[in-house]
Design a protein around this ligand. Sequence first.
Ligand code: HEM
Ligand code: HEM
Length: 187
Amino acid sequence: MNAGACYRAKYMKGHDIAMGHYSRSLKSAHWVSAGLVLGMAVSGMMYFLEIGGKQSIVAHQIMGQGLILVLAWRLLAKFRSGKPRHAHALWERVLAGGVQIALYGVLIAFLVSGYVAASALRDTSLVLPVDFAFARGPIGEQFLNAHYNMKWVLLGLLVLHIAGALKHHFIDRDTTLRNIWFTKQGD
Ligand code: HEM
Ligand code: HEM
């Protein structure tokens, strides 16, 4: 569906009036990538805690390569179709927008640093690893450190993001959360 067809004014339950909506494929991409990020966090921590042996880091790399594809496709699709513009207070729009941009930024940084870290493994599961000497060198080491430290940033952003979504759903009782779920338009 193109942006023009997507965009329309809509009055919804509660006091939120949103312009436009997420296409079905963007909704799917949101929840598939959220599931993959959860899988990445679990498999990464399992590897760190030495649970599940080699399988945990193999699963981490396979899911990671899937996440790279989903995120690349999602970013392309995002620029081609619309997203809701809410009538929320300015501070809410700025905070939500800032957190969403930061989430994309941190995810990309995770994927790049993880890719370099995985290229440094002796038996990597990557389809196209980067140069082994580079991945094992001082720059590769910095990517690895970044990969280790960023989980706290991602956690903080997700707490804000999910708290915001729940506030809109349970306190403001508007359609922000339903807009990204698979309810029919107009529900
Ligand atoms: C949202 C995406 C990702 C998340 C949340 C994530 C999370 C983690 C976590 C929690 C660890 C354990 C180390 C620690 O405690 O910090 C880890 C390690 C690792 N991750 Fe990721 N990761 C992501 C993406 C990727 C990708 C795309 C790859 C490669 C395809 C990758 C490859 C690795 C490797 C190789 C390690 C082990 C590094 C080592 O100790 O040698 N990660 N990741
Ligand atoms: C790893 C988990 C998640 C990540 C990485 C993530 C990331 C994102 C990003 C980047 C956007 C912006 C979409 C765009 O316009 O391009 C978004 C939108 C949204 N997400 Fe998430 N999300 C996650 C989990 C969740 C969860 C668990 C909820 C609900 C409790 C949620 C609720 C929403 C809502 C309601 C929007 C639409 C916000 C709006 O219309 O302004 N997300 N998410």
